[in-house]
Design a protein. Structure first.
Length: 263
């Protein structure tokens, strides 16, 4: 046992924290999105989401510091109010679904598979949107959807990309706007997570221990940006995401079985 967690569960959470850091450093598109599905293999979804939220906020601080002068306030003023509505709806869904067996687990698995499918069609969709960028009304809907999925599984990147990328902001401004968006969204999520009773002292203690690993992951991501081809790393992440999503949807959680065997 490590801080109240089985050793294998702590190891999975530690790996997730490193991947969050790598993703916040801008390497391996979607590296951090695997974190919640991965940890959900070894503990209930609410506990996994709550454990990772403080780690995500730690990574967000690194990201917004790096991009502190790069953000589109016009887009944030549109996206954030809609995201707040999505966060409220996500919290209500959490509250309703949590008592119903594997509903949340299946939901997180579906989101993992949907994210992988999105990566397969992403380039084509963005080419189409470049001809006619999303309206502000659609942007508000996408902001709300990002808030909802971020609350359920810390997966809100695709809706934000669909709105922001066709606007031609440039990489620096796009990444900075997304960083500030998720920093604020994750801070706000502390309120419903506390309301749902998910922020236990034990979870917060484990998250505190994981924060340095997220920082290590961010430093690793900066180095990987210079030294490694991103495509290979990203393909590995997507393969892991598919396997993890399928396990969550099917209930064949081999990692969880391994963990119980060593608890």
């Amino acid at each position: 046992m490590v801080l109240g967690l089985p050793a294998a569960a702590f190891a999975v959470a530690a790996a997730a924290a490193i991947l969050i850091g790598v993703g916040k450093a801008g390497f391996g598109a979607g590296a951090g999105v695997i974190a919640t599905p991965l940890v959900a293999l070894v503990m209930p979804v609410p506990a996994a989401a709550a454990l990772l939220l403080p780690v995500l906020i730690g990574g967000d601080i690194f990201a917004v510091w790096h991009y502190r002068r790069s953000a589109s306030l016009r887009d944030l003023r549109l996206l954030l109010p809609a995201a707040l509505v999505g966060i409220v709806l996500g919290a209500l869904a959490f509250d309703v679904l949590a008592p119903h067996g594997r509903a949340l687990e299946v939901g997180v698995g579906v989101l993992a598979l949907a994210f992988t499918a999105w990566q397969g069609v992403r380039a084509r969709v963005l080419r189409l949107l470049a001809r006619r960028p999303p309206s502000r009304a659609l942007g508000a809907v996408l902001g709300g959807f990002a808030g909802f999925t971020s609350t359920i599984a810390h997966v809100g990147g695709p809706p934000i990309a669909v709105y922001l990328l066709p606007r031609g902001l440039g990489r620096q401004l796009y990444v900075g706007t997304a960083a500030w968006f998720f920093f604020i969204v994750n801070l706000v999520k502390l309120v419903p997570y506390a309301w749902l009773g998910l922020l236990s002292v034990d979870n917060l203690l484990v998250a505190l221990v994981l924060l340095p690993l997220a920082a290590l992951g961010a430093a690793l991501g900066v180095w990987l940006n210079r030294a490694v081809q991103e495509r290979t790393f990203t393909l590995i992440i997507y393969a892991l995401l598919v396997v993890t999503g399928l396990q969550l949807v099917s209930g064949t959680t081999f990692v969880a079985l391994l963990t119980r065997g060593h608890a």
